[in-house]
Design a protein around this ligand. Structure first.
Ligand code: UD1
Ligand code: CA
Length: 440
């Protein structure tokens, strides 16, 4: 019995070690040099945001999560800008002239001189791809010891994509680009997602034979498949189940579509983790937002990056939480509120229309309806501090810098101009005067 168990364990350990070794022998190349002409933008395409984050960052997450040995990003248009967001350890290769995907891969391979193994081609503008899908592709490629494995999809409308060509034995014999396809080829519904695993040595050798003899006069990476077929190399495909995963972002219309798909995924994750989202279709929560258990997000809420929300909070409807907003537990940031670069400590309530910027608010504070922090003065942003237990009357304007003491009170309609209100003091008026000194 014990012997059996040990045997089982050994086998398991061997399989795991094998998987680990395989993942270690994979280098990813992320193609991200293109300008993205159809975006009509001064910003490089891969830096356009999806759920508050550059689209290429989602692709970079994949190579990190899969623990691949190396990742090389091929940059071109706006390379200096894109370089800034590459995580440490990711190599950058700059493609000087964008003459095609085969050339881009060549440029990347120059950074992988000593590497032997599998090269995985990814795209900076295909951000919805899931780790499980890549895992499946890599496993299929490595376990079957193939020379090329293509992630393909069966689609209703294949226009724009490269089509998968198969010979009479149904083996893959090439890829024909949409622009170069004849009518019969155009009718093929199996498409190249662009994501392909290659045997590195064979890829390097075949790249020398790619010629720009096509409509776009570009060096196509997809020509490698035909070249491999001629040499009798092993080529197979793995079919993707959900075509959305391979959605390439070329225009702002596709950007919006990708955003909505990613947002749905993120919102589902939050709900699974114990956050109530009343209407996921109108909850725009940035990637990386931290939200505690039993918090309720009401409809039409926009939460930008670098926001933290504690447990049992109520946010919205119609709330805009901008960068650097931190809500502790049991906070209400209610109807029609905008908060930016501010923290609200536990049990503080700001239930109705307000603007709170550059403000530190303590515990158990009540922010009355219509409170505004006037934080902006001649280009300078000034700080407001509201201490524990204070009560800000409806329609108060706090012209920063302002400090409101503990349990201090402002009357309805007060305008507090650049001053400290001591603990326990009540002020009112325009500009606010002391009505009731402490203890009276
Ligand atoms: C490519 C594939 C096509 C596939 C489709 C999937 C080729 C020739 N075609 O077509 O079979 O169906 O993707 O979306 O590969 N890039 C560079 N340097 C270059 C050219 C392109 O880095 O010199 C990058 C682009 O920034 C982009 C990616 O490579 O991220 C794909 O290039 P693109 O021109 O968009 O190819 P598609 O026509 O979409
Ligand atoms: Ca594309």
């Amino acid at each position: 019995m014990v012997a059996h168990q040990n045997l089982g364990l050994t086998v398991k350990v061997r399989i795991l070690a094998g998987q680990l070794k395989n993942m270690k022998n994979i280098a990813a190349i992320i193609l991200a040099a293109g300008k993205g002409v159809r975006m009509r933008s001064a910003t490089p395409k891969v830096l356009h945001n999806i759920c508050g984050r550059p689209m290429v960052s989602y692709v970079l997450d994949l190579t990190r999560e899969l623990r691949l040995r190396t990742t090389v990003a091929v940059l071109g248009f706006g390379s200096a800008e894109v370089k800034k967001i590459l995580p440490p350890g990711v190599k950058a290769a700059v493609q000087k002239k964008l003459v095609g995907t085969a050339d881009a891969v060549k440029v990347a391979l120059a950074q992988l001189k000593g590497f032997k193994g599998t090269v995985l081609i990814l795209y900076g503008d295909i951000p919805l791809l899931k780790k499980e899908t890549l895992d499946k592709l890599i496993r299929h490629h490595t376990y079957n010891d193939l020379d090329a494995t293509i992630l393909t999809a069966q689609v209703k409308n294949p226009a724009g994509y490269g089509r998968i060509l198969r010979d009479k034995y149904s083996s893959i014999s090439g890829i024909i680009e949409d622009k170069d396809a004849d009518d019969v080829q155009k009718a093929i519904k199996e498409i190249n997602t662009g994501i392909i695993c290659f045997n590195k040595e064979k890829l390097v050798a075949a790249l020398k034979d790619v010629r720009p003899d096509n409509r776009k006069k570009e060096y196509y990476l997809t020509d490698i498949i035909g070249l491999f077929h001629k040499k009798g190399y092993l080529i197979e495909s793995v079919k993707i189940a959900d075509i959305n995963e391979a959605l390439g972002i070329n225009s702002r219309v596709e950007l919006a579509l990708a955003n909505s798909i990613m947002q749905r995924r993120l919102n589902e994750q939050y709900m699974r983790l114990g956050v109530t989202i009343i209407d996921p279709a109108t909850a725009f929560i940035s990637f990386g937002t931290k939200i505690g258990l039993d918090t309720v997000i009401y409809p039409f809420t926009v939460i930008e990056r670098d926001v933290k929300i504690g447990k049992r909070c109520f946010v919205g409807p119609f709330a805009h939480l901008r960068e650097g907003t931190h809500l502790d537990n049991d906070v209400v940031a209610g109807n029609f509120i905008e908060i930016t670069r501010s923290s609200l400590k536990a049990k503080t309530l700001a239930k109705h229309f307000s603007y709170i910027g550059d403000t530190r608010i303590g515990r158990n504070v009540n922010i009355g309806a219509g409170t505004v922090t006037a934080n902006f003065d001649k280009g300078k942003k000034n700080i407001t501090v509201i201490n524990d237990g204070a009560s800000i009357g409806s329609d108060t304007i706090l012209v920063a810098p302002v400090t409101v003491g503990r349990r201090a009170v402002t009357g309805a309609g007060s305008v507090v101009v650049k001053r400290n209100i001591p603990d326990g003091v009540t002020v009112a008026g325009v500009p606010a005067r002391v009505l009731k000194p402490k203890g009276k």
